[in-house]
Design a protein around this ligand. Sequence first.
Ligand SMILES: Nc1ncnc2c1ncn2[C@@H]1O[C@H](COP(=O)(O)OP(=O)(O)OP(=O)(O)O)[C@@H](O)[C@H]1O
Length: 581
Amino acid sequence: MKVNVHEIPQGPRSTWGDLLRLSAGQPRLLALTIAATLIAQAGMVTSLALGAWLAGLALTGAPESLWQPVLWGMLVSAVAGAGGRWWQAHISHAFAFALIETLQVGIYDGLERAAPGGLSDTRSGEQANVALNDAQALEHFFAHTLADTIAAVVVPLLALLALAWIQPWLTLVLLPFLPTLTSVPFWLGERAFRQGREMNAALAGLNAEVIEGIEARREILLFNQEAAWRARLGQYLARLKSEQRRYALRTGAEQGGIELIQSLALITALVASAVLLEYQALALAQVPLSVVLVGAALLPLAEVARSASQLGAVRASAARVLALLHQRSPIQDNGQRLPKDASIEFNQVVFAHSERPVLQGVNFRVETGEMVALVGPSGSGKTTCANLLMRFYEVQSGTVKLGSEDLRDIPLSELRHWIAWVGQEAYLFDDSIEGNLRLGKPEATQQEIEIAAHQAQAHDFIQALPEGYQTRCGANGARLSGGQRQRIAIARALLSQAPVLVMDEASSSLDADSEHALQQALLALRGQYTLLVVAHRPSTIAQADRVVLLQDGCILDQGSHEQLLHRCEQYVQLLAQPASA
Ligand SMILES: Nc1ncnc2c1ncn2[C@@H]1O[C@H](COP(=O)(O)OP(=O)(O)OP(=O)(O)O)[C@@H](O)[C@H]1O
């Protein structure tokens, strides 16, 4: 049985509860982990207890016939303990990895639900930190802390019962120390959580800074900012160091407290044994065994208390992972209807980014098979229209329709089948060109791939590359030119066979060949697809059946290129500005 991570209840009170519920999703592995931990601890304690018992008997002249069976008993239980320890290492990690796998899937689902709007304020390095470091921090909790805690209840309990059977006073003198010992991590529990949270935040900030520095290394070099970047890294490192120091000081104080209580308990038990010996309430032969049982009652608890003093960081990691698991999608996906055709309609669309108005009552239509160019000054809201059509964001009022159906009534997966999107900076994976194209249709035949590449005017340049379709693109297509990247992105979109193509034309300048090839590609697609192009180049705009001119989030005019040239002064001015249309 696997727990659905989305069903885990929300709220700060339930961090540990949520982790326990998650653990219960793997009952077999959890039971085996506990069993292995118990065998490991019981084997070790039994072996020591038998040795101590034999030593006690030897003090009073035990019969030699006992030696051999007891030695065998010690050997068997020591081997069982060692086997249990080996099995525990194996099974506890299998248990932890099964849970981490569930969590990782939940984390990626959460990141996907939040993308691309919900996490725009979170740096990718911080998101990576949750997906990798925080999830791994929980591995330690599942693999070690959980089963050890359960064993730390069972083994000391059995040891105390055995001690009570030998001499009840020894159990009684130990009793007050046990809850005191286990309560140490709770004394500063909230502080540990706060410190863990700050330490994780500092680490995530450092990760984000390093990743941003790697991504922007060209800009850092070009603007001579290496020293400034190193100084920023230094600040993040200093913050991390100070948080780690604070965390280590508190952990150290807690561990010192644990050592002290453990020593006091041991001293009390030894003094009590001496007094009981004095008053002949304890036989000399029982002393070694009692000492071992006192250790068996104290040590597992002290061990768990010691590892619990490290749980602040684990709880902080858990809180971040759980927050991501509970991340709600800003987009509701409960539509049931299918588009009737490939037409697009914006009807009185209003949209704001964090209360900053972007679109203010936008109306326009794109008929099936028509090519419409969305133009306007930078920041006028063109890309936002494309994002709303892809339902990356939700309109605040008005409607966006595809095939006469409100987008909110169409299942998202269906919408993605109907609309293919080519962004300004479409991401290419560090895979072969063919691998990148297959993202559009994983099961595509070589012939389908080549037809799409032909349509996107990409086939010839791909063939000319040393390894053709098997050429690696480099991280984010670094080995290709801007024009080549965009043509591969178009081919990938065409391969998906969606009848609507939304293209955010690259605003950066392209070389003449690439520009010509892109124009040819668009010409070839005209009439076959419904094309909505966020256009920046006069050559693209001139190809469109109609042009929609946006300014400050409103439609200023719409009509054919020629009509606007004749009647709209702002349109003429916009076209006159180089690469800003
Ligand atoms: N994630 C965001 N958060 C806040 N504001 C945003 C966000 N994305 C865009 N904006 C703002 O919304 C407005 C419209 O942006 P949009 O990208 O739609 O403009 P555009 O017309 O496509 O510009 P360009 O031609 O420069 O790409 C701009 O003022 C921009 O600053």
